[in-house]
Design a protein around this ligand. Structure first.
Ligand code: ZN
Ligand code: MN
Length: 480
């Protein structure tokens, strides 16, 4: 398997978060009844004229600049002609000859190593409608929903710079993260807002010549992309190892059977007859306008990482992990603000919160509903105040996630308060000394293990609630 190296390129389609469609005033809300967000323009009635949505253009420009693309002051739209049942106009307005942004890049981090992935171009285009095949209707009923027709799409085309599934995955996450930071897309994959196409070829490791390229269309999640890439690496390796050849073709991923299948020939004949869109004027920007938008860009992950290091005193590594996901980074900052303990907040978020996200499959943008940052901040404060120790704090965390009760209330109700009372702990230490004469003798002889055992016995008797520092101190005093 290691004899062949994959070369991967990705295209990302992201619906922009505008209120209205790209060339008409129709609403873009998700989940509305079928064919209720349509008008003559977006369903392609003859004679209608498109008018460009300025906000969508601005969002696309922001993305092009954030992805370090070169942006010309003049850009325009083209027609991509093809027939499809969900495209009654018979063409899609896109950009082909003058993309909004070209020659960009984005940084990914794999195994702690940063790597630049080239962006061939970023452009703006309209979405098509959707074919709906109602369940239980057999194969003889197809319906068309045009609510999506004319929605603004940002297309980001990468260079074939990725050579592993991990790099491709890091790229998708980095793109999603950047779009979230820019606030130009919700990136909700379950709503089809973020979609992918992958191209992959295999060549003998170290070879300069690329193998023949296979494209996979219509991938609706990062998971699907990962699966298809793994599948294709396996499939192509097997064919090449057996002396066979890979035909250049376009495939579809069959999610049910977990395999890729060739698309019908007719669907892939790529003769789009691009020509300049005659119904739209070119977009002419001034250099000042471009610079104004560039200056208005929000803080992006790399800048935020640097700020986390200087402002919160985090390590480069910790800051890097946190900013990789905007939801997680926001949550960390709110928690740190709530408790004033940035380092502890980053530890809690990186360990407990990240594993909760993984375990419970939480959308990181909805972390506030999972556990209010103020509540996590309270738990951290309670440890700092000596009210609880790390072990009990984890119990409180779990309980707060379940009940959404304030952590201080949980501490009281469950009687989880740390025992820091000298007298009470003294009594418990006395009983432990009485019950374990051998360990006492060994400890007196300088055996560290025996002393540790005694502390452990005290913790056991208090169900982990004793203040460990205090136990150590009292034990030392009593034994000396
Ligand atoms: Zn419309
Ligand atoms: Mn496209």
């Amino acid at each position: 398997m290691s004899d062949y190296e994959p070369t991967i390129g990705l295209e990302v389609h992201a619906e922009l978060a505008t209120k209205t469609k790209l060339f008409c005033g129709c609403a873009t809300g998700f989940g509305s009844p079928q064919n209720t967000q349509v008008c003559p323009v977006c369903i392609g009635m003859p004679g209608v004229l498109p008018v460009m949505n300025r906000e969508a253009f601005k969002m696309a420009l922001k993305a092009a600049l954030a992805f370090n693309c070169a942006v010309e002051t003049r850009t325009k739209f083209d027609r991509k002609n093809y027939y499809y049942p969900d495209l009654p106009k018979n063409y899609q307005i896109s950009q082909n000859y003058n993309n909004l942004g070209t020659n960009g890049s984005i940084e990914i981090i794999v195994d702690g190593q940063p790597k630049k992935i080239g962006i061939t171009n970023i452009h703006l285009e309209e979405d098509a409608g959707k074919s709906v095949h109602p369940e239980g209707s057999g194969t003889d009923v197809s319906m068309i929903d045009l609510n999506r027709a004319g929605m603004p799409l940002l297309e980001i085309v990468s260079e074939p710079d990725m050579h592993s599934v991990e790099e491709a995955d890091a790229f998708m996450h980095a793109v999603r993260n950047a779009l979230l930071y820019l606030e130009v897309s919700t990136c909700r994959m379950e709503q089809g807002v973020l979609r992918f196409e992958a191209s992959i070829s295999l060549a003998p490791a170290g070879s300069d010549v690329l193998g023949s390229r296979v494209e996979v269309k219509n991938l609706n999640s990062m998971k699907a992309v990962q699966k298809v890439l793994r599948y294709e690496i396996g499939r192509q390796t097997e064919i090449l190892t057996g002396g066979g050849e890979i035909p250049s073709e376009t495939l579809l991923w069959n999610e049910t059977l977990e395999r890729s299948e060739p698309m019908r020939r007719k669907e892939v004949a790529q003769d789009y007859r691009y020509f300049p869109e005659p119904d739209l004027v070119p977009v002419q920007m001034t250099q000042e306008y471009i610079e104004k938008i560039r200056d208005s860009l929000p803080e992006l992950p790399l800048e935020r990482r640097a700020r986390f290091v200087t402002e919160h005193g985090l390590s480069e590594y910790d800051a890097g992990v946190l900013v990789q996901d905007k939801g997680v980074a926001d949550y960390f900052e709110e928690t740190a603000k709530a408790c004033g303990e940035a380092k502890a907040a980053s530890n809690w978020v990186m360990n407990d919160v990240l594993s909760s996200i993984k375990e419970k499959q939480i959308n990181s943008l909805e972390l506030n509903a999972f556990l209010a940052p103020k509540h996590l901040g309270d738990i951290i404060k309670m440890i700092a105040e000596g009210l609880t120790n790390a072990t009990t704090a984890r119990q409180i965390y779990a309980e707060a996630v379940e009940s959404h009760k304030p952590p201080r209330q949980i501490l009281e109700e469950k009687g989880l308060a740390q025992i820091s009372d000298d007298e009470e702990l003294g009594r418990i230490v006395d009983s432990v000394i009485e019950e374990n004469p051998q360990a006492v003798t060994d400890s007196a002889a300088g055996k560290k293990q025996a002393a540790g055992f005694l502390v452990g016995q005290v913790m056991k008797k208090t169900r982990g609630q004793a203040n460990p520092k205090l136990v150590n101190k009292i034990l030392k005093e009593k034994l000396s």
